[in-house]
Design a protein around this ligand. Structure first.
Ligand SMILES: [Ca+2]
Length: 412
């Protein structure tokens, strides 16, 4: 039994030994014979950036090497495409695509297209152990017209400090700049912790003045931490030119405003035409940032024929998003979004002479509660009117809508 097993195992061992022997010999001979740099070639000697597809530069590496690939212009100026890149020995050639552009040391010009002219393409390899090196040189002619690179002119990011807290004061930053030639633009902002927030992603822009608005938030609307952020505006053309400008923008007083109507009461529930109903509304700031408010103060009286935007010569017309008010509306009021809540009042616990800007605007601070008394004189000839109250942020929406419904019977 034991003998038979040995007889089968022994020829197998011998075979493995022979294979192993040839493998080692073959490996050694391959090692000494293979040149560090084999064949080097490019798909063409002439390249027209506006017309041709990028060149493919192929090179063979026979042993582990550090590879430099660079372009020399007629004056001997060197432009690195690859510098000391480690490359393992391989049976297939390595391929480098070349579109006529080269990286630069200028912090505002990441890559630029080489102007038309005669160049030399150099592929150099040196052994990882430093004992051998080789290089090949190929002529390269760049043809066509001189192409003006893109630029980002008159870049302004304003204001330099923003407070994304929806109070309509410095909530957003505007990026303005001018492009002398059409370009593909990316704008991103980097947080102190390294997070990248995209603002503009690969937008094709023409040769004119440009403007983008950043709301100081992630694209999904979530809030960022306060801190100093770095913005990058990058423009590239279709020829390999890439330019960028960077700077800093500060986020402060970040927050999401939040408020609630905690109580409302509309009375009396039976009036005669021409009489007044009174709405009492209590609003609490339930968030972490002040809420900005304006409008007719508590106590202001409307008639059912009036609208907040037209009373007092229009000084209470809706302003840019950010201002909060309470409002009252009624079910049969035939109007769309802007006509809703025709009766609106400021949300402040203070008389208007004590407002942050007296008689103009005030804030409801976190945790603060305001009681607003509104009056509406009924001139509408309807026997039953279903009134309700809501919490409005101008230009943003209704944070509480159609609450506190009360039916008022009108006699006439
Ligand atoms: Ca703000």
């Amino acid at each position: 039994m034991h003998d038979r097993v040995w007889r089968t195992v022994r020829p197998l061992t011998a075979m493995i030994g022979i294979v192993l022997f040839w493998f080692v010999i073959g490996g050694l001979s391959g090692c000494t014979a293979a040149p560090i740099l084999g064949e080097v070639s490019a798909t063409a000697e002439r390249y027209n950036p506006g017309r041709d597809t990028p060149l493919a530069i192929s090179y063979e590496i026979g042993r582990s090497a550090l590879v430099d690939i660079y372009i020399l212009d007629a004056n001997g100026q060197r432009y690195d495409l690859r510098r000391a890149q480690p490359r393992a020995a391989a049976n297939d050639p390595y391929i480098l695509r070349f579109d006529g552009s080269v990286p630069t040391d200028d912090p505002q010009v990441l890559r630029r297209l080489l102007p038309p002219g005669q160049y030399t393409l150099v592929v150099a390899a040196r052994a990882a152990d430093g004992n051998d090196s080789d290089e090949r040189r190929l002529p390269l002619s760049i043809e066509g017209d001189v192409i003006a690179p893109p630029e980002i002119e008159n870049l302004m990011v304003w204001p330099p400090v923003i407070s994304p807290n929806a109070d309509a004061i410095d909530d957003v930053a505007e990026f303005t700049y001018r492009l002398p030639v059409s370009a593909t633009v990316n704008i991103e902002v980097q947080a102190p912790n390294g997070e990248i927030i995209p603002v503009v992603t690969r937008e094709e822009e023409g040769p004119y003045e440009q403007r983008h608005v950043w709301n100081g938030k992630r694209p999904n609307g979530s809030l960022l931490e306060a801190g100093v952020y770095t913005y990058t505006v990058r423009a590239e053309d279709g020829f390999g030119n890439v330019v960028q400008r960077q700077g800093q923008i500060t986020l402060a007083d970040v927050g999401q405003p939040e408020a609630r109507i905690v109580y409302s009461m509309i009375a009396p529930q039976r009036v005669m035409l021409g009489e007044v109903i009174t709405v009492t509304i209590r609003v609490r700031n339930t968030g972490t940032v002040p809420i900005r408010t304006y409008g007719p103060p508590s106590g202001y009286e409307y008639t059912t024929d009036e609208v907040f935007s037209s009373v007092e010569d229009g000084i209470y017309a809706a302003q840019a998003g950010g201002f909060w008010r309470v409002g009252m509306d009624w079910d049969a009021n035939s109007g769309g979004g802007p006509k809703r809540y025709p009766y609106r009042w400021a949300i402040s616990p203070r008389p208007p002479e004590e407002w942050a800007k007296p008689f103009v605007e005030d804030f409801l601070y976190p945790g603060e509660e305001a009681e607003i008394i509104g009056r509406v004189r009924i001139l509408q000839r309807e026997t039953r009117m279903g009134f309700y109250v809501g919490l409005i942020q101008d230009g943003v929406g209704f944070f509480q809508d159609r609450t506190g419904r009360t039916i008022i019977d009108v006699g006439f």
